[in-house]
Design a protein around this ligand. Structure first.
Ligand code: FES
Ligand code: FE2
Length: 314
């Protein structure tokens, strides 16, 4: 089954691209509106006007702590009001902004965080995320995060030199973890302006440590201990069977000169994946074998999130 709108986290947007005080931020068929607060902070609410269902992100405006609906001008409260009988209101959703990356959680209970909030907090301080790629994909959203768990495709599709010791397990917060190594004959950062270093001349053994926190967000730490980059990949369903894939990357302080190459690498890898995803035949029943154990585990992990759009399910 294809995951439609699931509970849990999404990499919903890049903050630098959210222009305006109230902008649409839909996740599949779930209509949301992002509102910039007085201090510049970003908050996200359901976008359906309780009166007649106008989209509050399509022409709505913020006025004295309310959204004014574009259709009949009613004032809609932001978040649940305290007292009974107050004005109509729209529900708020949890948001975490990490660098330029905006994460939104459609929650169905306390269990669907899976540890991402704390992970993003650490990242925001050490390796704030910048935009690498944003691309519409004519394929199901769950393929995007699944990719981190697809052991064989790294060498076959991305021409990674070698993949070693890949194994998966469930982490302390119910996140799905994939660990392994991608040994290379030499550092890919040689000549990248990072400066000559004795380490660059030796074999380079980056660790691959990917954690899926929802069917739509995977955080991958990649690199040897002294030089770990973070690559966050997300997929948001578009409500029409496809999705928007986003990749955000983060590097440690002083390594900003490595960002262009990291971004170019992310673009290239995603393009290689998309060329396959968009030509997959979804009617073929998968014949998983032992090499697909982590993919099967990812599918089971996805089944642990609530489908928030059951009417749309096939
Ligand atoms: S639909 Fe929003 S005020 Fe009527
Ligand atoms: Fe891939």
């Amino acid at each position: 089954m294809t995951v439609n709108v699931h509970s849990g986290w999404y990499l919903a947007a890049f903050a630098s691209e959210l222009d305006g005080e109230a902008v649409p931020l839909d996740i599949g068929t779930r209509r949301l509106v992002a509102v910039r607060g007085e201090g510049g902070g970003l908050r996200v609410y359901d976008a359906d006007c309780p009166h007649r269902g106008a989209h509050l992100g399509q022409g709505g405006r913020v006025e004295r702590g309310c959204l004014v609906c574009p259709f009949h001008g009613r004032r809609i409260g932001l978040g649940e009001p305290e007292g009974e009988g107050s004005r109509p209101w729209v529900r708020e959703h949890e948001v975490v902004v990490c660098g330029d990356a905006v994460f939104v959680r459609l929650t169905d209970g306390p269990d669907d965080d899976r540890g991402l909030r704390a992970t993003l907090k650490e990242l925001a301080a050490a390796k704030p995320l910048v935009k690498a790629v944003e691309r519409p994909v004519a394929a199901a959203a769950d393929l995007i995060v699944e990719n981190a768990f697809d052991t064989d495709h790294f060498t076959a599709l991305h021409k990674v030199y070698r993949v070693r010791g890949m194994h998966h397990h469930t982490g302390a917060h119910g996140e799905l973890v994939m660990d392994g190594e991608f040994p290379m004959p030499a550092s890919p950062w040689r000549g990248s302006g990072a400066g000559p270093s004795p380490a660059a001349a030796r074999a380079y053994v980056p660790r691959f440590h990917a954690r899926a926190f929802s069917p739509g967000v995977v955080v991958t730490e990649f690199g040897p201990r002294h030089e770990v980059h973070v690559i966050v990949t997300g997929a948001v369903p578009d409500g029409r069977g496809g999705c928007v894939a986003r990749v955000a990357v983060g590097v440690g302080e002083g390594r900003e000169n490595q960002l262009p190459m990291l971004i170019a690498g992310s673009e290239r890898a995603l393009a290689e994946d998309i060329a396959v995803w968009e030509h997959l035949n979804p009617r073929v029943t998968p014949r998983y074998d032992t090499a697909d154990a982590a993919v099967v585990a990812y599918r089971e992990f996805c089944a642990g999130f609530t489908d928030l759009d059951p009417l749309e399910a096939p």
